[in-house]
Every structure is written in structure tokens, then in C-alpha cells.
Write a protein that binds this ligand. Structure first.
Ligand code: PBG
Length: 329
């Protein structure tokens, strides 16, 4: 053959492949989610997420230090709340002496240069496992829930959090939280909006990890989280959150929704993040542990795919493992 184009020419050697590589992964791309327990010197495995533990604050400090050393910019805190503290209205969510505010203070004291992000939603704190306050039919009441979320965000801001991340999908909550932060002088507190958050079965292991699965029972979150069938709706949700004052937006879950990441990035051009959620982590880990796939290779490929889809960063339980591999290279 006498070919004019031979695309394989650029792929022949390692140096050439490196030269033409379009996307790169770095530890700067990662946000590391952790599960926080009450008390001291406590560590529990999350069975459905091999390699992930719930830990108490004293054991979280060395993990935070590891994140700093690895160059991971942000750690995201998720609380495991004991059942005695869970109520129908989830009011523990805005207890200024609660698990999260105390952890934020301590972490910021020890590691001022590590970004700390907290989840804004009531599900770890409610006796029914929903993200908000429910009526007699179990329907999550939007506006009353937003009032509670505002209190939760202000409590975290008072504790010194860098970034609040509303993951509840109530209407108008980004605007309400932004107004409250401004009114109270928290002009530097960032909002990362879980804007296009789908009602997904991939959150299963997370609900085990924070202990909300039992409370939620056979319930679901379809009256507020998005229908996996929809894509235009994601653009509307993200647009609203941007108008209401979000600094960054997020698509969740991750890998099955890379088409949404690409659309959001292309159409809105905003700092866009994706959450590689617990079920995605669990699937990769399970296959790796069984020897069915090369765990490290699949982990790195999955993370690079987010970058290719247009994500500016990834929330991932692999953050430390991936950053360590990148450091070794
Ligand atoms: C709570 C929240 C969830 C996740 C992050 N924040 C669960 C849910 O909406 O039920 C899921 C994270 C994961 O699966 O890794 N609102």
C-alpha cells in the first residue's frame, strides 16, 4: 500500500506517544472522600468498598497528612452519625459541636493548606435516611429542607470549612446558601454544587458506609435526584446552580455519565467536577481482587477518562492510590 495517512506512525514509540498525548492526570485533579466516625481510635472496614475505612478524627489526621504529601488539594468529609442522634428533622446537621464542625476545626488547625469540603444534605442525620425533611407521605418538602441546609452550611462555614457541597438536589438551595454566606461575611467559602445528581443505584456502598441504607430501606430519592434517562435536564440544573452562585458544578455518578460531563463542560464552560461514586469503586475493586482485571491499570484508565470527557477534577476513593502511582512514575 502507498498510504498518505498512517496514524500508527505517532504511536510507534513511547516518546512519540507521550508527545501527542492530549490529556494528563495529576494529583491536582483529585478530591478524596473520607468517612468519619465519632470517638477516638476507631477504624472499621466498609465491607462493600475494599480498602476504604471509616475512621475517627485522630486516625484521620495522618490520612490528611498523606493527602498533603501526595499533593491532593481537597479532602471531602462524610459523617457516620450514631442512631441516637438521628431524628426526623435531622437537626444534628447544624449542631455547631457536631462531628463535622469539630473535625473541620481540627483539620484546618493542623493542615491549613489542605482544602476541606463538607457535604450539605440531611441524610446522615435523618431517621428515615432521606436528604431532607419529609411530610406524612414521605415526600421531601423543598423549602423547609432548604432552611435546614442553610443552617448546616453556615455551621460548617463558622467552623472554617473551605468549600460546602450541597448534595441534596433541593430547588433553590444554592441561591439560599450563597445569600446566607454573603450575609454572614463568609465571602471566601466556595460552593461546589452537586448539580446533575442522578437517582442512581451506584450509591449503594456509600449508604452502607454512612449507615443510611437501613434507614432508607426500600425508599428511593427519585422525587429530587434526576432520572438517569435525562440529559437536557442536567444542563438546566447546572445552569440554575451557576445563576444561583455556585463556584463549581458536579456531575454524579461518574463513569456511566461521561456524556453529561462533556455536555456540561462544552455548553457552560464552568469548573466541572465528576464523582466516581462508591458503586463504581466497588466494581473496579471487586474485579481487581478476583484477578479479572489489572486493578491499577483500570483505576488509572478510568480516571484519565474523566479528564478526556472534560472534567476539571474527580472525586474518587482512588485518590491516594492514584496519586501514589503518579508520584512513583
Ligand atoms: C448524600 C450523598 C450520597 C453520596 C454523596 N452524598 C448518597 C445519596 O445521595 O444517596 C454518594 C456518594 C457515593 O456513592 O460514593 N446526599
Amino acid at each position: 500500500m502507498q498510504l498518505f495517512h498512517r496514524p500508527r506512525r505517532l504511536r510507534r514509540t513511547d516518546w512519540s506517544r507521550r508527545l501527542v498525548q492530549e490529556n494528563q492526570l495529576s494529583s491536582n485533579d483529585f478530591i478524596y472522600p473520607v468517612f468519619l466516625l465519632e470517638g477516638k481510635n476507631r477504624q472499621e472496614e466498609v465491607k462493600s468498598m475494599p480498602g476504604v475505612n471509616r475512621v475517627s478524627l485522630d486516625l484521620l489526621l495522618p490520612i490528611a497528612e498523606d493527602c498533603v504529601k501526595l499533593g491532593i488539594p481537597v479532602m471531602a468529609l462524610f459523617p457516620v452519625i450514631s442512631s441516637e442522634l438521628k431524628t426526623a428533622d435531622g437537626k444534628e446537621a447544624y449542631n455547631s459541636n457536631g462531628l463535622i464542625p469539630l473535625a473541620v476545626k481540627e483539620l484546618k488547625k493542623h493542615f491549613p493548606n489542605l482544602g476541606i469540603m463538607t457535604d450539605i444534605a440531611l441524610d446522615p442525620y435523618t431517621s428515615h435516611g432521606q436528604d431532607g425533611i419529609i411530610d406524612e407521605n414521605g415526600y421531601v418538602i423543598n423549602d423547609i429542607t432548604v432552611e435546614a441546609l442553610v443552617k448546616q452550611a453556615l455551621t460548617h462555614a463558622h467552623a472554617g470549612v473551605d468549600m460546602v457541597a450541597p448534595s441534596d438536589m433541593m430547588d433553590g438551595r444554592i441561591g439560599a446558601i450563597r445569600d446566607a454566606l454573603e450575609a454572614h461575611g463568609f465571602i471566601h467559602t466556595q460552593i461546589m454544587a452537586y448539580s446533575a445528581k442522578y437517582a442512581s443505584a451506584f450509591y449503594g456502598p456509600f449508604r452502607d458506609a454512612v449507615g443510611s441504607a437501613g434507614n432508607l430501606g426500600k425508599g428511593n430519592k427519585k422525587t429530587y435526584q434526576m432520572d438517569p434517562a435525562n440529559s437536557d435536564e442536567a444542563i438546566r440544573e447546572v445552569s440554575l446552580d451557576i445563576e444561583e452562585g455556585a463556584d463549581m458544578v458536579m456531575v454524579k455518578p461518574g463513569m456511566p455519565y461521561l456524556d453529561i460531563v462533556r455536555r456540561v463542560k462544552d455548553e457552560l464552560g464552568y469548573p466541572t467536577f465528576a464523582y466516581q461514586v462508591s458503586g463504581e469503586y466497588a466494581m473496579i475493586k471487586a474485579a481487581a481482587i478476583n484477578g479479572w482485571v489489572d486493578g491499577d491499570a483500570v483505576m488509572m484508565e478510568s480516571l484519565l477518562a474523566f479528564k478526556r470527557a472534560g472534567a476539571d477534577g474527580i472525586l474518587t476513593y482512588f485518590a491516594r492510590d492514584a496519586a501514589r502511582l503518579l508520584q512513583q512514575k
